[in-house]
Design a protein around this ligand. Structure first.
Ligand code: SAH
Length: 388
C-alpha cells in the first residue's frame, strides 16, 4: 500500500488516514466522503440516544466500512459500545480500516471482508445497531438486514440514489424500491417515505416492524434511523401505514390514502383533473419528537464539528414531527397564480391566524407544511399580494 500518497483528516475525536484521490467516486482506492461528516455526526447522536434508551452495552455493525471512519468514530465517540464490526468487500479498505483502528489506539473493533448480505447472515442476531451506508442504493441489502436484525435494535439506512427515489428516473425506483415515485415539489419527502415503506415491507416478511425515529434528506442523500421490533400482529397493524400520495399537477392539491391495495381516487376533488399517485410508501411517523429532542440534548456531550448544521437540521425535524405529510412550495403556487411571492413570515402568520398549522421544513426553505387546503393557501397568497 506504499504506492499511495496519504491524506489525514479529523472528524469529532477521531483521526483517519487514507489514500488521496481527486474525485469522490467509488473508483477511489478507499472511499471517504467529507460531505458525509454531518451524516456521521448525526449517527453518533442517534446511536448514543438509542444506547441510553436501551441502558445496555451495544454491538454495532458498520456494514460498508470504506476508510473505517464510521465504525471507528462509533467506538471512539459513543459511550456504552461493546464490539464494533467493520465490514467491506475491498481488501484495500480493510487494510486502511486496520491501520486507522491502530492510529486511534482502539480495541474491540473487528474487521471483515465479505459481501454485505453474506456478512449479516453469518452474524445473524448479533448486532444491536446495523448501519447500512453504501455508495448508492441500500435496496439489495435490506432483505438480509430484515432477516438478521434482532428485536429492539436500531437500523440506520443511507440512500444516495435520490434521483430514483425522487422520481427524476421512474424505472430505477420501481426496480429498486418496488414503488412509483413522482417528481413533485415535495419529492424528497416522497422519496424518504418510499424508502421507509420499502424497509417496512421488507422487514414484514420476517415478522418485524419499524418505528421511524428520525429521517432527513440532505444534499444528495437520504438517511433513516429506525427501531426494529418484532411480532406478527403488530407488524400487520403497522403495515396499515403503507399507502399512497396522490397529487394534482393542475391545482397542486394533494391527498394521502392508507392501504396497500385499497381503491384510490383518480380525480382531483378540487379541480377535477387527473390525480397522479406515488407509492406504495410510508404514511406513518417519519420524525419522532422525543427521540430528536434527545439527539439535540446529546450534542452537549459530543465534539461535533458540524454542530451548527446538525442543530439546525434537528430543530427543523423536531418541528416537522407534528406536521402533516407533504408541503406547499410558495414559489411554485405563486408562479401558477402569476403573482409574486409575499414574504414568507406574513404567509405563516396568516395561515396560523386562521387556526391552521404552518410549519417550516428542512426539505425546502420555501416549503410550508400545513393542514390548510390548497384553495385556502391560494386565497391567503392572493389576499397578501393584493394588500402589498
Ligand atoms: N460508510 C462509509 C462509506 C462506504 S462507501 C463512510 O461512512 O465513509 C462503500 C463501500 O462499500 C466501499 O468501500 C466498497 O468497497 C464497499 N462495498 C461495495 N459493495 C459491497 C458489498 N457488496 N459488500 C460489502 N462492501 C461493499
Amino acid at each position: 500500500m506504499d504506492e499511495y500518497k496519504i491524506k489525514s483528516i479529523e472528524e469529532g475525536l477521531t483521526k483517519i488516514e487514507f489514500p488521496e484521490f481527486d474525485k469522490i467516486s467509488s473508483d477511489a482506492p478507499v472511499f471517504y466522503n467529507p460531505n458525509m461528516e454531518l451524516n456521521r455526526d448525526l449517527s453518533i447522536l442517534a446511536i448514543q440516544v438509542f444506547q441510553k434508551n436501551e441502558q445496555r452495552e451495544i454491538n454495532i455493525c458498520d456494514l460498508f466500512g470504506g476508510s473505517g471512519i464510521r465504525g471507528i468514530r462509533y467506538k471512539n465517540e459513543i459511550d456504552g459500545v461493546g464490539t464494533v464490526c467493520i465490514n467491506d468487500i475491498s481488501e484495500t479498505a480493510n487494510f486502511y480500516e486496520r491501520h486507522n483502528i491502530k492510529l486511534n489506539d482502539l480495541n474491540d473493533i473487528e474487521v471483515f471482508q465479505h459481501d454485505a448480505s453474506m456478512f449479516l447472515r453469518m452474524k445473524r442476531g448479533e448486532f444491536d445497531v446495523i448501519d447500512i451506508d453504501p455508495f448508492g442504493t441500500p435496496s439489495p441489502f435490506l432483505d438480509s438486514a430484515g432477516y438478521c436484525a434482532r428485536r429492539n435494535s436500531l437500523l440506520c439506512v443511507t440512500a444516495t440514489d435520490t434521483s430514483a427515489l425522487c422520481g427524476t428516473y421512474k424505472e430505477p425506483c420501481i426496480r429498486k424500491y418496488n414503488a412509483k415515485p413522482y417528481k413533485s415539489e415535495y419529492c424528497h419527502e416522497t422519496g424518504i417515505r418510499i424508502l421507509a415503506g420499502f424497509v417496512a415491507l421488507t422487514l414484514a416478511k420476517y415478522g418485524k416492524y419499524i418505528e421511524v425515529k428520525m429521517s432527513h434528506s440532505t444534499e444528495h442523500y437520504m438517511r433513516l434511523y429506525l427501531y426494529v421490533k418484532k411480532g406478527p400482529k403488530k407488524t400487520d397493524e403497522r403495515l396499515k401505514n403503507i399507502g399512497y400520495i396522490s397529487h394534482c399537477k393542475h391545482c397542486l392539491h394533494r391527498q394521502t390514502s392508507k392501504g396497500l391495495a385499497s381503491p384510490i381516487e383518480d380525480v382531483c376533488p378540487v379541480c377535477g383533473e387527473k390525480l397522479i399517485h406515488a407509492g406504495p410508501l410510508w404514511l406513518g411517523e417519519i420524525q419522532n419528537s422525543e427521540f430528536i429532542q434527545n439527539m439535540i440534548e446529546e450534542t452537549e456531550n459530543k465534539k461535533i464539528n458540524k454542530e451548527k448544521e446538525a442543530l439546525k437540521l434537528l430543530n427543523s425535524c423536531l418541528n416537522e414531527a407534528n406536521a402533516p405529510a407533504t408541503f406547499y412550495d410558495v414559489h411554485k403556487i405563486c408562479k401558477s397564480m402569476k403573482i409574486s411571492a409575499p414574504k414568507l413570515d406574513l404567509i405563516f402568520d396568516e395561515i396560523e391566524k386562521n387556526g391552521h398549522i404552518a410549519i417550516k421544513t428542512h426539505y425546502n426553505p420555501l416549503g410550508i407544511k400545513s393542514d390548510a387546503s390548497i384553495k385556502y393557501i391560494r386565497h391567503i397568497l392572493f389576499s397578501l399580494c393584493e394588500s402589498e
